[in-house]
Design a protein around this ligand. Structure first.
Ligand SMILES: Nc1ncnc2c1ncn2[C@@H]1O[C@H](COP(=O)(O)OP(=O)(O)OP(=O)(O)O)[C@@H](O)[C@H]1O
Length: 608
């Protein structure tokens, strides 16, 4: 509305100038026309600056709303759908494309409306002033408008390409930066620089095409209006000379034509911006449509009260659970769990063992409801996990992941992440239980020491203990530990076993374990192989009856002197030796003898 009032004020200005010319020519008082003109100038300036402020504010509100809704949907996105998109692309769409949406939905839309209204108003007034001059003007502008519309269409296409290219570039930068130590250790910097350089170049080339079409858009309109101006001045002046038109009307007409130039150019620039913004809207919209996790009917009811699960019934039950990951655009299935059934008591330690790739972590992810089972039933405290609100499930289940996820922020923020209201005593207790007391005491600012991305600033084992403490603070009913002790030294692991014993008196602890010491202690052991439960029992029975378990206990589980012997008699641990030679030409294994440990130059035939 403010914009349209501004348009009204500027459209009235040539009319006021005409009146001024008439007054000057007729020798009448010029005070009134000058006052009218000044009033119109001031009103026009006031309305357009107010409109610019209001539109700018609306734009910021729009971008805030879009980002707020989008991040909410990203955080609640289904992991399968989320995992298919490169993170850099998600980042570009959330940050850069939302800014373009702001331009499209506020600035350029307002520009289109205001300059469109100015053009229409001007054209109508010019028609009233002189029909034939207007016909001449429209024919010149018509050609320019058709060219501009064709250019705007092309612009939208290249803008979409450029935004995709920028997304691809951002994804690759993110991929490399998140694995920078691996890149350096593999001496892959030149390769990566070349690869990223190619993507940057692709974005540069499509960016240049966007600029080329943008650059053509304005001059094509300018040529049309300048041509129209030349013809109007020529024809109009000859009519004035012949006395068929008065000078005031021609001046007013030319003023309107001048006034038309800028809004027309702005209109087509607005079209350009709008089409680029529409491409961004399309990309943001695609991201916002990512499938969401959770069960709407269960979640709508809100979280059910948390508390320890009843001690007399199993905490977790798997009944014939089948699950396949979906990969790629075609959603090809890779079946991982083939009818898994077992139960976990509400108290005590249950260890899950099995060869790599057996499906142990996948099982945990189904308990956390990161993914939904394709068949069968997962139950928590006797209730189907799918029927419980997600918030309740994740409040009951604490998860220490395999790769000990810690985040940028202080140690305290990391510790209280799952329970932000934890008191100082509870924090100290969790720190103590996870064996972090001396680690934190040695940090420069104790609990308030800042950690870098992924918790850098702590060792792998310390990060692992931090994650364990975080889960302890959550006081879960079911605690999932995915190889949580793999980075701990023997002393810390022994201490942690005591912690596990204490914690498992309060809740169900399920641990994927590769250390025989953790497994021996377990009240129940689940042996998995190839996505199936092969055997369950306690250490002694499994050593007697299960061939795979015996093998794992002897090799894959990290044997520790004096641990296996009391339960079963000595287990022979074969020393590891690689095969005689690998197909890709690794030199034959010779064994570490005194001779091979001596440094000597490598002969050319030994290189690989
Ligand atoms: N996100 C995923 N998408 C597709 N397949 C996956 C995904 N995660 C795991 N897999 C596959 O599922 C199978 C089981 O993986 P899982 O991580 O559950 O095994 P695991 O028993 O925990 O192994 P490990 O002891 O090595 O951690 C593997 O074959 C793996 O390739």
């Amino acid at each position: 509305m403010l914009g349209l009032l501004g348009v009204g004020a500027s459209l009235a200005q040539p009319w006021a100038i005409g009146k001024l010319i008439e007054a000057a020519g007729g020798g009448a008082s010029m005070i009134r026309p000058i006052a009218q003109l000044v009033g119109l100038f001031c009103a026009g300036a006031l309305f357009s600056s107010l409109q610019a402020y209001v539109i700018g504010r609306a734009g910021e509100n729009i971008v805030y709303d879009v980002r707020h809704i989008l991040t909410g949907r990203l955080l609640r996105a289904d992991l399968t759908a989320f995992g298919k998109r490169p993170q850099g692309d998600i980042f570009t769409r959330t940050v850069t494309d939302t800014a373009l949406v702001k331009i499209a939905l506020s600035q350029s839309l307002a520009q289109l409306i205001i300059s469109g209204a100015t053009v229409i108003g001007g054209v109508v007034l010019m028609f009233i002033l002189d029909l034939w001059l207007m016909v001449i003007t429209i024919s010149c502008l018509g050609v320019a408008s058709i060219t501009s519309i064709a250019l705007a269409r092309k612009l939208r296409k290249v803008a979409l390409e450029n935004q995709d290219d920028t997304g691809e570039f951002a994804s690759d930068v993110q991929r490399v930066l998140s694995a920078l130590p691996t890149v350096k250790a593999s001496r892959a910097e030149p390769r990566e620089a070349a690869r990223i350089g190619k993507l940057a170049d692709k974005a540069r080339r499509s960016g240049i095409r966007v600029n080329a079409y943008n650059a053509l858009l304005m001059p094509s309109m300018n040529v049309g209006t300048q041509g129209a101006l030349a013809v109007v001045v020529g024809v109009g002046m000859s009519w004035v000379a012949r006395g068929e038109m008065d000078m005031a009307s021609l001046t007013t007409f030319i003023m309107y034509l001048f006034q038309l130039v800028s809004p027309l150019v702005m209109f087509f620039m607005g079209v350009g911006q709008f089409v680029q913004g529409r491409a961004a809207v399309q990309r943001v919209d695609e991201l916002a449509r990512l499938p969401q996790e959770g069960n709407e009917s269960a979640d709508a009811a809100g979280p059910v009260p948390l508390g320890p699960l009843a001690p007399h019934r199993p905490a977790v039950e798997f009944h014939d659970v089948r699950f396949a990951y979906r990969r790629g655009k075609q959603e090809e299935k890779s079946q991982v769990l083939h009818g898994v059934s077992f139960s976990v008591p509400a108290r005590g330690l249950t260890a899950v063992v099995g060869p790599s790739g057996a499906g142990k972590t996948t099982m945990f992810q189904l308990i956390e409801r990161f993914y939904a089972a394709d068949g069968g039933r997962v139950q928590l405290g006797g209730q189907n996990i799918e029927a419980l609100p997600l918030d309740t499930v994740r409040g009951l289940v604490g998860y220490v992941q395999q790769d000990s996820a810690a985040m940028r922020g202080t140690v305290r923020e990391n510790l209280t992440y799952a329970n932000p209201h934890a008191g100082e005593d509870a924090i100290q207790e969790a720190v103590e239980m996870a064996g972090l007391t001396s680690v934190i005491a040695n940090l420069p600012q104790g609990l308030d020491t800042e950690l870098g991305d992924q918790g850098s600033g702590l060792s792998g084992g310390q990060r692992q203990r931090l994650c364990i403490a975080r889960t302890l603070l959550q006081k879960p009913a079911v605690m999932l530990l995915d190889e949580a002790t793999s980075n701990l030294d023997s002393d810390s692991e022994r201490d942690f076993r005591d912690v596990l014993r204490r914690v498992s008196r309060q809740c169900a602890v399920i641990a994927i374990a590769h250390r025989i010491s953790t497994v021996i202690d377990a009240d129940k052991i689940v042996v998995m192989e190839g996505g199936r439960v092969r055997a369950t029992g306690v250490h002694r029975d499994l050593m007697e009856h299960d061939e795979l378990y015996r093998r794992l206990a002897g090799s894959q589980l990290h044997a520790e002197p004096g641990v296996i012997a009391p339960a079963t008699g000595p287990v022979r641990v074969e020393p590891w030796a690689p095969p005689p030679s690998f197909a890709f030409g690794w030199p034959p294994y010779v064994g570490l003898t005194e001779q091979t440990l001596q440094l000597r130059p490598i002969r050319s035939e030994e290189r690989w």
